[in-house]
Design a protein around this ligand. Structure first.
Ligand code: HEC
Length: 444
């Protein structure tokens, strides 16, 4: 008996000692794939001395973020996961309760409310009151949430097989939001100028743990029940760009960008997800139908977007086929990681999403070492790099940028690095906003 107590005491002491001497985090060589918790990793976990390309660690980080973002939100609490529920439970998701772009950047430059509150009806382009979990997909111009992102400007829209335009929505978590509001960066006059000579660090640096989301939503009208069953759908107030009329309709999540600023990667970690039935090939057990392709191989994807943003053609628009550039497929290792998480998320629509790409700033040698903030997001120092042979674009968000590595996530956002720490939306939407359609998106 005494011996047992002694042993137990010794063990407790031993573990207490271990806990004290061990570094903050011990990162296992084999990633622990886990979809059971809405608590994301605070940083990518790469074992000390790992010198290979750390794809699995970053893709696992992406999935953990995804699970955290799509977890049901705690009722009435913006940005907080409901720990008492499972991932499959109904209700607004964590990311949907973040502060959306229109809540942050008001048309008159007025200050937004606290993170926990919703902005008054007059602030959104539909003039509707909003409360917990509500989503409004609308912009005053009618095209700001329809044009895809170019280099700080809007390019052409994306049309699905049902003739409807994809809607883009940007959101910020509380850390990023509070930082913008505290510093009044929603006003252009408060964005510091970049001094000359150029400093080593961006003039604005978001705090660690900042996260920004960009979601691609599609009107579910006209798709079969079998198709819809494989998509996360919800109700949203959506503005018709033609009539300006707003209505509450069912929209489905087609794509999701998640970017997170971490202590080891102050250039943010860039994760991007797609719904698996967006384009061929047909998934095992799938419907054989696609949201952005009629499946006919004789009708390839056009090289340039055939649609103009200005003027915007009236819906329903004649759709065209999308495909993934065969030279830039999703990396096989990334696909394997997605297969594991898809199984973990079984029996929910979340099992029908996949990583298109994770991008991160690269350094040579020990991959566990943090990358200094002085390093930029140039194509040459980010994965998959200048000689990319795997995807770095999302088919529903950067549809026509799939073959140009200089237009990877980080490389494009790098042009906003010095001023706003990669956050293009802040540079574009700080009052007075300067977002405008690119020349190429205007019909002539
Ligand atoms: C060709 C340039 C370009 C590429 C490539 C690009 N983006 Fe963006 N992105 C933008 C612009 C411009 C905006 C802001 C649009 C607006 O005005 O609201 C933006 C907005 C975002 C936002 C909202 C927060 C912010 O930065 O303002 C996220 C998140 C995001 N992009 C993630 C990604 C990811 C992930 C990829 C790669 C899969 C990617 N982007 C590729 C140009 C780009």
């Amino acid at each position: 008996m005494a011996y047992r107590v002694l042993l137990a005491t010794a063990l407790v002491a031993l573990f207490a000692g271990l806990a004290k001497t061990a570094p903050d985090r011990v990162c296992p060589v084999d990633v622990v794939q886990d979809a059971s918790s809405p608590l994301p990793l605070t940083d990518v976990c790469i074992p000390e001395g790992y010198t290979d390309i750390p794809m699995d660690y970053f893709d696992d980080f992406s999935w953990r973020e995804f699970v955290a973002m799509v977890w049901p939100a705690a009722n009435g609490k913006r940005g907080v996961a409901d720990m008492s529920k499972g991932f499959a439970a109904p209700g607004p998701r964590v990311f949907e309760t973040f502060k959306s772009l229109w809540e942050v950047f008001h048309n008159d430059g007025s200050a937004p409310r606290a993170f926990s509150q919703y902005e008054p009806a007059g602030v959104n382009a539909c003039n509707v009151p909003t409360g917990f979990g509500d989503v409004v997909l609308a912009s005053k111009s009618g095209i700001d949430d329809i044009g895809q992102a170019g280099v700080g400007e809007l390019v052409g829209p994306l049309v699905a097989q049902n003739g409807k335009y994809v809607r883009y929505q940007t959101l910020y978590n509380q850390i990023a939001y509070d930082f913008i509001v505290k510093n009044k960066f929603y006003l252009r006059s408060n964005l510091p100028a970049v001094p000359s000579p150029r400093p080593e660090l961006p003039v604005i640096q978001f705090p660690m743990g900042s996260a920004a989301i960009k979601a691609a939503w599609l009107d579910m009208d006209g798709f079969s029940d079998a198709q819809k069953a494989r998509v996360y759908t919800r109700l949203a107030v959506v503005k018709d760009p033609e009539t300006g009329k707003c209505s509450k309709i069912s929209v489905g999540l087609m794509g999701l960008h998640i970017v997170v600023k971490t202590p080891s990667r102050p250039q943010w970690i860039w994760s991007s997800f797609e719904q698996v039935d967006a384009i061929p090939p047909k998934q095992f057990g799938g419907t054989g139908q696609f949201f952005f392709s009629d499946g006919d191989r004789r009708k390839p994807m056009p090289a340039e977007n055939p649609l103009a943003l200005v003027p915007l053609a009236k819906q329903p628009v004649k759709p065209f086929n999308l495909s993934r550039d065969i030279m830039m497929p999703i990396h096989p290792k990334t696909e394997l990681m997605s297969l594991v998480y898809q199984r973990l998320l079984h029996k929910s629509p979340w099992e029908f999403y996949q990583i298109a790409t994770t991008q991160w700033p690269r350094l040579e040698g020990n991959q566990a070492a943090p990358v200094p903030a002085t390093q930029g997001g140039e194509m040459t120092t980010t994965f998959p790099g200048a000689g990319a042979t795997s995807a770095f674009a999302n088919v529903t968000l950067e549809t026509f940028d799939q073959s140009r590595p200089q237009l990877g996530c980080m490389s494009c956002h790098n042009q906003a690095r010095m001023t706003v720490d990669f956050m293009w939306s802040v540079l574009d939407h700080a009052y007075p906003a300067k977002i405008a359609p690119a020349k190429s998106a205007v019909a002539h």
